[in-house]
Design a protein around this ligand. Structure first.
Ligand SMILES: C[S@@+](CC[C@H](N)C(=O)[O-])C[C@H]1O[C@@H](n2cnc3c(N)ncnc32)[C@H](O)[C@@H]1O
Length: 430
C-alpha cells in the first residue's frame, strides 16, 4: 500500500515528540497526565496537521470512551497475552490495553513485561515514536520508579515498530492472542484478490480481511470499523467472509467523535472457521416488507450524463419534490431517451442523514403520463398500480418505526435500494 501521507508532513509531529522527551527528562510529572490522555492527542494532531493531511493519512485517533468500549469487548488482557494493534497511530488503543496490566516497582521491570504484551505497527516513524514515549509516560504516571534512561526504556518496547500492516506474514502472528484495531478509513485501489472486485474500496475492510486470514485460530478480535462495511451493499461479500471466519458480535456506535463525521461500529469476537450467523442489522424481521408489494429502483436519468434529446417528459429530481405531498402536474420538463416510468409511484430522496426527522423523505407522483426521474431518487412503484397502495406506503414511511428501522440498518448519508426493499410493513398493511 502506498505510504499515504508524506513523512515530511508527519514530521511536524517531531515537535510534539520532542516536548514529550523534554518533559520525561525533566521528570515534570504534573504534565504526564495530559500526554497520555486519549482525547488530547487528537487535539494535538489537529493543531499540527491540516484536516486534509489527517484525512490522507487516515489518522483519526480513538478517543477515551470508544477505546474503553473496544478494549472492554476483549477477554482479559494478562501478562500472558500478546495484544497487537497493526495500525497503532500514537498508541491510544495500546495505552488503553496497558491499563489492564499491573505495574512492577520500577519502570524497567514494568516495561519488560509490557514490552512483550504490547505490539504495534504504523507506517509513520513519528507515530511509532509517540506511541513508545506515551507508553513510557503511562508507566511513570502509574507511579513506577524511573530506574533507567529514556533510551533504555524505549529499547524495552521492541515490538512497536515502523511497519506496513499489509506486509506482515501469518508466521509473524502465531503468538497473537488479542487484536485491537482502528484501521485507516481511507479509500484504496481494490486488492483484486478473493472476493474484492476492481475499483476503490475502504482500506479498513482490506486491513481487517487480511488479518482475519493471517491470525491464529481462537485469537480475540476487537475492531472499530466504518459503518459502510456493516451496511453498504458493496460490502456484502466482506460480511459473508467475516461470518465464515469468526464468531462475531456487532455493536453500533454512531459518530466516531464530535469532530469526525463518520459513523462507526465495533466488530468483536473470536477467529474460527465455523459458518455462523452474524447479526449485522439488529432489526431483522420476518414480517412482509416493501418489496412484497412494490418494485424498487433508482431513478434512471443521470442529469450530467444523459443528453437532452428524445421526447419531452415531466422531470423530477429531489429539489422539486415536496415531502409527503402528491404532485399531479409537471413542474419541469426535460427531453430524455432513457427509461421513463408510469405513475402512480413514490419517489424517495436518496440523501438522508440519521439526524433528519424522517429518514425516508417521500413524494407521490400521480400524473397521467410517463415521467423521467433523476438518479438521486429511489423510485417505488406499486405492483398493483393503485394510488391507494401509494398512500398506504406514505403512512408507513412517516411512521417512527420506519425511521428507527432505517437508522438501525443504515447510518450512512445515502439510502440504498436494498434497505428500502427491506422496510417492514409494520402490521399496517391491511
Ligand atoms: C485511524 S488511525 C488509528 C490509530 C490508532 N489505532 C487509534 O485508534 O488511535 C490509523 C493509523 O493507521 C496508520 N496506517 C495507515 N496505513 C497503514 C499501513 N499500511 N500500515 C500500518 N499503519 C498504517 C496511519 O498512519 C494511522 O496512524
Amino acid at each position: 500500500m502506498k505510504n499515504s501521507c508524506r513523512n515530511e508532513e508527519m514530521s511536524s509531529l517531531t515537535s510534539h515528540n520532542n516536548s514529550m522527551r523534554t518533559l520525561l527528562l525533566s521528570k515534570d510529572k504534573e504534565q504526564f497526565h495530559d500526554l497520555v490522555d486519549l482525547d488530547n492527542i487528537d487535539l494535538v494532531l489537529r493543531e499540527l496537521l491540516t484536516i486534509e493531511e489527517m484525512r490522507e493519512a487516515g489518522s483519526f485517533f480513538t478517543g477515551q470512551k470508544l477505546a474503553t468500549k473496544a478494549v472492554g469487548l476483549l477477554p482479559a488482557i494478562t501478562t500472558g497475552s500478546v495484544v497487537l494493534d497493526p495500525t497503532c497511530g500514537a498508541g491510544n488503543l495500546l495505552l488503553e490495553a496497558s491499563r489492564k496490566l499491573g505495574v512492577e516497582l520500577t519502570l524497567s521491570a514494568t516495561l519488560k513485561v509490557w514490552g512483550v504484551v504490547l505490539r504495534g505497527f504504523d507506517i509513520h516513524l513519528h507515530f511509532i515514536e509517540a506511541t513508545k514515549l506515551r507508553i513510557v509516560i503511562e508507566a511513570l504516571n502509574r507511579g513506577v520508579e524511573q530506574d533507567c534512561t529514556l533510551d533504555e526504556a524505549l529499547a524495552l518496547l521492541p515490538n512497536i515498530q515502523v511497519k506496513d500492516a499489509f506486509t506482515v506474514h501469518s508466521e509473524e502472528l502465531t503468538d497473537i492472542t488479542h487484536i485491537l484495531m482502528n484501521p485507516p478509513f481511507t479509500i484504496m485501489p481494490s486488492p483484486k484478490q478473493n472476493y474484492w472486485k476492481k475499483g476503490k474500496v475502504n482500506t479498513a475492510g482490506v486491513v481487517f480481511d487480511q488479518y482475519l486470514r493471517k491470525l491464529p485460530k481462537n485469537c480475540n478480535v476487537s475492531a472499530i470499523l466504518p459503518d459502510v462495511l456493516r451496511s453498504g451493499s458493496r460490502y456484502d461479500e466482506f460480511r459473508e467472509f467475516i461470518s465464515e471466519s469468526m464468531q462475531a458480535d456487532i455493536d453500533i456506535w454512531g459518530r466516531f467523535n464530535n469532530k469526525t463525521d463518520v459513523d462507526v461500529f465495533l466488530l468483536s469476537g473470536v477467529v474460527n472457521d465455523n459458518d455462523q450467523v452474524v447479526s449485522w442489522h439488529r432489526a431483522e424481521s420476518a414480517e412482509s416488507t416493501i418489496s412484497d408489494h412494490f418494485n424498487v429502483r433508482t431513478g434512471p436519468l443521470v442529469a450530467y450524463r444523459d443528453p437532452e434529446e428524445g421526447s419531452e417528459y415531466p422531470y423530477f429530481y429531489p429539489k422539486i419534490c415536496p415531502q409527503w405531498e402528491v404532485v399531479r402536474e409537471a413542474t419541469e420538463k426535460r427531453r430524455f431517451r432513457g427509461t421513463v416510468l408510469n405513475p402512480p409511484l413514490i419517489v424517495i430522496k436518496r440523501t438522508s442523514s440519521p439526524s433528519d426527522r424522517n429518514r425516508a423523505s417521500a413524494t407521490i407522483i400521480n400524473l397521467r403520463e410517463p415521467v423521467a426521474i433523476e438518479n438521486h431518487m429511489i423510485v417505488v412503484t406499486p405492483k398493483d398500480g393503485k394510488m391507494d397502495t401509494c398512500r398506504k406506503l406514505m403512512r408507513i414511511l412517516q411512521n417512527q418505526k420506519t425511521n428507527d428501522f432505517l437508522n438501525e440498518r443504515i447510518r450512512l448519508r445515502h439510502l440504498t435500494i436494498g434497505v428500502i426493499k427491506d422496510i417492514p410493513l409494520l402490521g399496517m398493511w391491511i
